[in-house]
Design a protein around this ligand. Sequence first.
Ligand code: CTP
Ligand code: MG
Length: 231
Amino acid sequence: MKNATKFWAIVPAAGVGKRMQADRPKQYLPLTGKTVLEQTLNRLLQADVFSAIAVAISKEDPYWPELECSIHEKVITASGGKERADSVLSALKSLRKQASDDDWVLVHDAARPCITSTDIHFLIKSLNNDDIGGILALSSHDTLKNVDGIKITETIDRSIIWRALTPQMFRYGMLKHALEAAEGNPAVTDEASALEMQGLQPKIVEGRPDNIKITRPEDLALAQFYMEQQK
Ligand code: CTP
Ligand code: MG
């Protein structure tokens, strides 16, 4: 008998956080009493759907072993790579012995600590019977412009533009194949783009606007605000 489909989480956490301009990578900055990375992992654990969470960590990272969650029974440490896609592929490979090609993998940025169980469960429910998979996404409230330098060349139809968030949910085998085929290609800034290069069409699932990515210094205060609102 075929085993039931499992769910795995992958958390790329091997970035340096250049735009954050802090004294350490942004995933280790404090946010409501814990580090950003601990908040993110706690949210994924709370969703109570994952067989394990593979976290991609940079080789020179002295902070990770200090965190209690680094030895959590459901957390697997993988090595990070040069780009985000390399980190994700490395984490996928660390699950090779446990995961089946048909299992679902949800890739979620370490820098998105405000992810809710609601969004995770909604993504899974929306895509569980899908052949390809897809991503959480947000529409744009602002009018969008194409520009040449600082001159506006046209207004873009807002209804066809979506902002890609995470988690991004794909089958283990399909995602691994797509990332291997796209290795070294700088255009692969998320998992969906690797599948798109295979001629596939991942779906979008509308996510919550509080699932922000901590990118710049002012985002920490915003994340703190959202986490308090979510209580
Ligand atoms: N990431 C990773 N491996 C890399 C680069 C990024 O695992 N080689 C991770 C980051 O740790 C982050 C996520 O991918 O959780 C999203 O990337 P981003 O927000 O760009 O983080 P950084 O690359 O760290 O930030 P910056 O681009 O400002 O340097
Ligand atoms: Mg980056």
